[in-house]
Design a protein around this ligand. Structure first.
Ligand SMILES: Nc1nc2c(ncn2[C@@H]2O[C@H](COP(=O)(O)OP(=O)(O)OP(=O)(O)O)[C@@H](O)[C@H]2O)c(=O)[nH]1
Ligand SMILES: [Mg+2]
Length: 501
């Protein structure tokens, strides 16, 4: 619970921050874009591709201002929040485009970027005032931290019970065995004990990490800092674990229970709250990136888990409900785009099915969270397209395949890729009925001759290296090279096309 005095302090600060935004708005309009997504959903790649395509140019026919030749230019400017490190845009683009093309590593810290777009207005009168500007502010952060948002309105006791009940079924039960043994022995009423707390926290962290493994791809794994501690590695605020607590049990002073509850509250107050206050309070629009394909790859349990995690997160945005977030949200988010990322792993003939699965996934989440009022769209996209499409004829069958360079070390059908050779891959067809992916047993995608190792969930979708940058004279480009994508321009048009009119 937040004490009234602290709430007042927070609100006063937000009022000041918003006043500062108001002053900034006098200098030119700005839009704070929330890029929301669990770990590996594709946030860093999306932000890098967005900035690159607007600064350097590329194929963006679905972004009206670009298509109509009204974009004057875009450049990075100092961001409004001086205390947050700058998004390492140049490093990420170098990783993606330079000789040994590779994906940037997982994000370990929060960072921010401000992109100022100059455009000619489509409106006659506005155009006479000179070029318009729009400042886009975007924050990048480790996706694991997003999982902590629902914790803000949960007590230690409720979280403990939920975490233990979740770990008692399916794959989690097996992965949690070592931690369970310790929890069963730990009596919450015993005196507090630092080394026991440490052992419990370590076993709990090991369980969370194994759930996240690609083979299981489970999503609902708070606390996020246990998976990605950032600069909190080894801090006592991270040394806690759920305990076996009976309904209505109260923490008595000096007990293990009290110690764990105190640390849980400290984690929320000193780690989680400041992050969400800085990042979420002032959002205008939001894109929620979802790696549907990895969850599909791992099977029904992973899909259900992804749904559980998204529902818990989205319910915090529920307008009118007295959640911690609803109290600090100072602006109304008027547009939300749900995007299934990495669509380049599939032939485009399957993109509508991917969208249908995502719509089904977030439909449930939105219905439960009553995220009403905002304009919502669903899209299958790829911020950076690592594959091209090829049709392969097998007898009298035409297979719609994708071709790309699998990352070094990836394996399929007994062969190990060297990261240099291109490979043609048939990913199979997604099910026509989106309901089936939540109900079917085990792994989901189709089986084909081209995927002899179908039994191994790791190989269902290969990980491809970033593509060779494309060069096209017909496309207006600053330095001649652009990153291919799928519907990135449609996403940009939805998110801020109206602000470039
Ligand atoms: N083929 C393809 N792979 C992608 C694309 N976007 C992301 N990926 C893959 O997904 C991985 C994760 O993408 P990131 O952008 O780093 O994900 P993130 O959401 O920033 O993840 P965290 O930093 O861990 O929170 C990348 O390393 C790529 O392997 C895409 O458009 N196409
Ligand atoms: Mg990242």
């Amino acid at each position: 619970m937040i004490s009234p005095i602290r709430s007042l302090g927070q609100e006063a600060r937000l009022v000041l921050e918003n006043a500062a935004d108001g002053v900034a708005a006098l200098r030119g309009p700005s839009l704070r874009l929330g890029v929301t997504g669990l770990s590996r959903a594709g946030k860093t790649i999306f932000i890098s591709a967005l900035v690159h395509s607007l600064i350097e140019g590329g194929r963006l026919p679905l972004l009206a201002a670009y298509k109509q030749g009204r974009m004057v230019g875009a450049h990075l400017k100092p961001q409004p929040d001086d205390q947050v490190p700058r998004f390492a845009y140049e490093d990420h683009i170098a990783a993606l485009m330079e000789n040994d093309r590779h994906w940037p590593s997982s994000t370990r810290q929060i960072s921010e970027v401000r992109l100022v777009i100059e455009y000619e207005s489509a409106r006659f009168l506005k155009r006479r005032l000179g070029p318009g500007t729009l400042a886009l502010d975007i924050v990048d952060y480790p996706g694991e931290w997003l999982l902590d948002l629902p914790l803000l309105s949960t007590s230690y006791e409720a979280w403990s019970r939920e975490a233990l009940s979740l770990s008692g079924g399916g794959t989690r039960k097996m992965l949690a065995a070592d931690w369970h043994k310790l929890v069963e022995k730990a009596d919450p009423q015993d005196p507090e004990d630092e080394s026991l707390a440490k052992n419990l926290a370590e076993a709990f962290t090991a369980y969370l990490k194994s759930c996240r493994d690609e083979r299981h791809a489970l999503s609902a794994l708070p606390p996020g800092r246990f998976l990605m501690p950032g600069d909190m590695e080894g801090s006592p605020a991270l040394t806690f674990s759920p305990l076996m607590l009976e309904e209505g049990m109260k923490a008595k002073k000096g007990t293990l229970h009290a110690m764990m509850a105190r640390r849980f509250e400290a984690y929320k107050r000193y780690v989680v709250e400041p992050f969400f206050r800085a990042h979420f309070a002032r959002l205008d629009r939001q894109i929620v990136l979802v790696d549907v394909l990895s969850a599909l790859n791992a099977g029904r349990e992973a899909m259900q888990d992804l749904e559980r995690a998204l529902t818990a997160i989205l319910s915090c945005f529920r307008p009118g409900r007295n959640t911690w977030l609803s109290r600090i949200l100072t602006r109304r988010i008027d547009k939300i785009l749900f995007a299934a990322t990495k669509a380049d792993h599939l032939h485009h003939s399957n993109h509508a099915r991917l969208e249908a699965i995502l719509a089904r996934l977030v439909d449930r989440a939105i219905a439960r969270s009553e995220m009403a009022g905002a304009e919502i769209a669903v899209l299958a996209m790829s911020s950076v397209r690592a594959t091209r499409e090829v049709t392969v004829t097998r007898g009298n069958m035409e297979l719609e395949c994708v071709a790309g360079t699998p990352e070094a070390g990836q394996t399929l059908g007994g062969q190990t890729f060297d990261g240099k050779r291109e490979f043609v891959f048939f990913p199979g067809d997604l099910p026509e009925n989106p309901d089936s992916v939540f109900e079917a047993n085990g792994a989901i995608s189709a089986q084909t001759d081209a995927m002899p190792d179908i039994g191994d969930p790791e190989v269902r979708f290969l990980r491809f290296r970033p593509p060779k940058p494309a060069r096209k004279s017909a496309v207006p480009l600053k330095n001649g090279l652009y990153l291919p994508h799928i519907r990135l321009d449609r996403a940009l048009e939805f998110l801020f096309g109206d602000r470039l009119e």
